[in-house]
Design a protein around this ligand. Structure first.
Ligand code: ADP
Ligand code: MG
Length: 463
């Protein structure tokens, strides 16, 4: 029943790894690989799980999770499992403190709970969906991605230690950080890898202070082979947290362990961060993530759809990709709303539906057609490969299409002539001006040409 209700990829990722362990008095216990996994199921699939439990076990039916803490390297799972009753989002929210045993907390207080082991294999907190495979490469992320990949294949053994990934909201910092962790775990299952948000790190530290367990806290983090801390800008102004992190950082670094950090800004712009920490951030490599270009955005949307077993007309995907051009998370959000709306109203997703919805979605953000989009529309129209238009070729049909693209870029974007030229085969601003004049003249003398232009203008206008 679950399989029928989910896209195959989602089923494979989130349901195949589940192992049913026992069924006793209408309580089904399932074993899941990690705490993260449990949270994800609760967050995304609770209503489906409820339905299935009710159908199979009746109204008395209950679900319990058991989270495995794997025995390091031996391949056998250990007998210490943690029982978690099924909850739902709201009860999680209401009872954050009494939330069923948080594995990480437990490990912090008691880092050596499993007897006879040199190390505890911690729950890495990695989201399997945020893999390298699912991370689309583009000019916007090439350096950060390849540095991340290098680190993943030689953790602690490259000059990129720490690796600091920085960039604006929704540009893939968290995804890339997870991807590195996942790759390391795949290559070296015995390495202790931990992903932690800096907010969680700071809260754990405050708890440790309260409980007089700061030593345990520090030891726990110093045990890692790879430590990934997301959004370190959150440490700004928090002196004691920075202090404890400084010590952990030094210990790990001195022992050749890999540190991966993300931040919404480069070290030079991090206010309220101690100088000694900032200087350490600069020891390795800082690589930024930029907003992706149109082609990369389309590829990202296609990957997401494929992963979820969704298909959409390509014009809808392109429209989505060019309407929302700064924040990938927002673009994905728009895709999700679009799907939800279509399934609620039992409507097919047409370009018109997409337009009306997305216009609402991005009402408040100023939009402008991009040069990339203009080039794409023009090339589609004349059936030319976009690479030719961006190249220096002087083939007649390409020259004309290129001039038309330049003409619309000048008319519809705020880009400088130099920038337009750079996008169109590395022409200078005089060439762009000449192109605009040529197009204007032709549209006055050549009727067919004028029809082309009007057609294109219609295609390019957003509303
Ligand atoms: P950030 O941490 O920078 O705010 P996230 O890593 O949370 O951003 O990314 C936001 C969304 O965009 C995620 O769903 C992520 O999977 C997706 N995303 C970002 N960059 C890429 C990429 N290059 N390829 C595929 N998906 C991406
Ligand atoms: Mg993030």
């Amino acid at each position: 029943m679950i399989k029928d209700n989910l896209p195959l990829q989602a089923y494979k990722t989130w349901f195949e790894p589940i192992v049913p362990v026992k069924l006793e008095q209408s309580v089904l216990t399932i074993q899941v690989p990690s705490h993260f996994f449990y949270e994800w199921l609760e967050e995304h699939y609770i209503s489906l799980l409820r339905k299935v439990i009710k159908k199979e076990l009746g109204t008395e039916g209950k679900l319990e999770y058991s989270i495995v803490m794997e025995n390091n390297g031996s391949g056998k799972s250990n007998p210490y499992t943690v029982k978690l009753p099924a909850t739902n989002k709201s009860s999680l929210k209401n009872k954050p403190v009494t939330m069923p045993i948080d594995v990480a907390e437990k490990q912090i207080r008691n880092p050596f709970i499993i007897p006879g082991l040199k190390k505890v294999n911690v729950d890495s907190n990695l989201n399997p969906a945020y893999s390298f495979e699912n991370f689309i490469e583009g000019d916007c992320n090439r350096l950060a991605r390849s540095a991340g990949y290098a680190v993943a294949n030689k953790p602690g053994g490259t000059a990129f230690n720490p690796l600091l990934i920085y960039g604006g909201v929704g540009l893939g910092k968290t995804h890339l950080a997870h991807a590195i962790g996942i790759e390391i775990k795949n290559n070296n299952p015995n390495k202790t890898v931990l992903y932690v948000g800096s907010e969680k790190f700071a809260h754990q530290f405050i708890d440790a202070l309260k409980n007089n367990t700061t030593n345990d806290f520090i030891h726990f983090y110093q045990m890692m082979d790879v430590l990934i801390i997301d959004d370190v800008q959150f440490f700004s102004g928090k002196e004691r947290t920075q202090d404890v992190f400084f010590h952990i950082f030094n210990h790990l670094h001195q022992n050749g362990k890999q540190i991966i950090l993300t931040s919404d800004k480069p070290p030079v712009e991090m206010q309220g961060m101690e100088q000694r920490l900032l200087s350490r951030f600069k020891w390795g490599l800082s690589a930024d993530l930029q907003a992706p270009d149109l082609e990369t955005r389309i590829a990202i949307l296609e990957k997401k759809m494929y992963g979820n077993g969704i298909e959409l007309p390509s014009e809808v995907v392109e429209y989505l990709a060019y309407s929302i051009n700064t924040n990938i998370r927002e673009m994905e959000g728009a895709l999700t709303s679009l799907l939800a709306q279509a399934s609620l109203n039992k409507k097919a997703i047409t370009l018109d539906l997409a337009k009306s919805m997305i216009d609402k979605f991005v009402k408040n953000t100023a939009r402008e057609v991009s040069i990339d989009y203009i080039q794409k529309v023009v090339c589609d129209y004349f059936d030319l490969p976009i690479e030719l238009l961006k190249s220096k070729t002087r083939k007649r049909e390409v020259v004309q299409a290129r001039q038309i693209a330049m003409y619309f870029a000048k008319k519809m974007t705020k880009s400088s002539l130099a920038n337009i030229g750079a996008h169109c085969g590395g022409k200078d601003h005089a060439t762009v001006l000449h192109a605009c004049r040529t197009v204007n003249n032709l549209s006055e003398t050549d009727k067919q040409f004028k029809v082309y232009l009007e057609d294109l203008e219609k295609k390019l206008s957003i509303q």
